[in-house]
Design a protein around this ligand. Sequence first.
Ligand code: ZN
Length: 98
Amino acid sequence: MRTIRAKTTCPACGFVNTAQTNYSDDSPGDGDYAICLQCSFVAIYAVSGEQISVRRPTADEEREIGENPEVQRMLRAIDRLDIPGRSLNALRNAGKRN
Ligand SMILES: [Zn+2]
């Protein structure tokens, strides 16, 4: 795992995530999935040079996210984490992901 410091704003809840942790030892790559720890929304990394941001997934990407067992396992694990202030956002966005 590798964690880098980069600010990204969740497109679903607006929370500013200040660090990005990747499963592998690589930095997040363009098109990788980005899961918001506040609301569990699955966004897509948009990486250009040193610039890292996240965007909403396209319809095709949403379908892929919904069918990806690894992402679904990660979401269940994140849902079990006790993150202060998250419960309201998680409830608000529960219907926005498949
Ligand atoms: Zn969020």
